[in-house]
Design a protein around this ligand. Structure first.
Ligand code: SAM
Length: 234
């Protein structure tokens, strides 16, 4: 079995990177077909994902927030390009750790990430900060229960080496303040191991009177990462 330090080296990203996914991927991360949100959605740490643009195109009320939205579209594109080679190198080195049924190859993933970037940038230029709010966890500029559902993809738990357990607890409590329901995916680290923060976060949420549960989703890329964390208020 590969040692943690070796696994970590496969993805030497130097921090939390802008690398965005498409609507159909979010739909599976968060089981949206089986459990459609009945109200406005907040995509937290949306980055250069095209989820908000595509969901809005389908008539969904949706807002995305991310600190990167304080930057220009050109600057976000440049950060994506800076990220690309490290991400692709990591995907190739760590191929054995992924289930390739959906994507086929690292090159196909790059193609999808570029599609997402272009869809995002077109919408970011058109809608600006009406749909894309510059904001960072663990303090969001939204009213209590402003959203039905907050989605958080590929930020919490995945970057568990960069963000400690206390940050995760504060972040998920903030998500549960601004939305009636929270969904987070994946629940593993960049090295593919189950996040050690998850039991801590679930215990703290329960102690705060919230209802966290693990829900199976119809998606697997990091092997074994087939559950989202869903948090409800009762
Ligand atoms: C790997 S990207 C994921 C983008 C998108 N959610 C997806 O899955 O396609 C992680 C994003 O989290 C954002 N981010 C980093 N720290 C954050 C924070 N404290 N609060 C909200 N977003 C943050 C980054 O700017 C980046 O765009």
């Amino acid at each position: 079995m590969i040692k943690e330090a070796e696994a970590r080296k496969e993805f030497d990203l130097g921090g939390i990177v802008p690398w965005g996914r498409r609507f159909d991927e979010y739909a599976d991360f968060f089981a949206l077909a089986d459990m459609p949100p009945e109200g406005p959605i907040l995509d937290v740490g949306g980055g250069p994902a095209s989820f908000a643009a595509e969901a809005a195109g389908q008539g969904q009320e949706v807002v995305a927030c991310d600190p990167i939205y304080a930057a220009t579209g050109d600057a976000i594109r440049q950060r994506f390009e800076e990220t690309r080679s490290d991400m692709m190198a990591g995907l190739r080195l760590a191929q054995y750790r992924f289930n390739w049924t959906r994507y086929g190859s690292p090159e196909r993933i790059e193609k999808i990430r570029r599609e997402a970037l272009e869809l995002f940038l077109a919408d970011f230029e058109a809608r600006g900060r009406v749909r894309y709010v510059p904001a960072s966890l663990p303090a969001l500029p939204f009213a209590d229960d402003a959203f039905q559902t907050a989605l958080c993809s590929h930020l919490l738990f995945l970057y568990g080496d960069d963000l400690d357990a206390a940050f995760h607890v504060a972040a998920v409590r903030e998500l549960a303040r601004v939305a009636r329901e929270v969904r987070i995916f994946p629940l593993v680290n960049l090295d593919g191991r189950p996040s050690s923060h998850l039991p801590v976060v679930m215990a703290e949420l329960e102690a705060a009177g919230l209802f966290p549960e693990l829900v199976s989703v119809p998606f697997e890329f990091q092997r074994g990462a087939t559950e989202m964390l869903r948090v409800r208020k009762g």
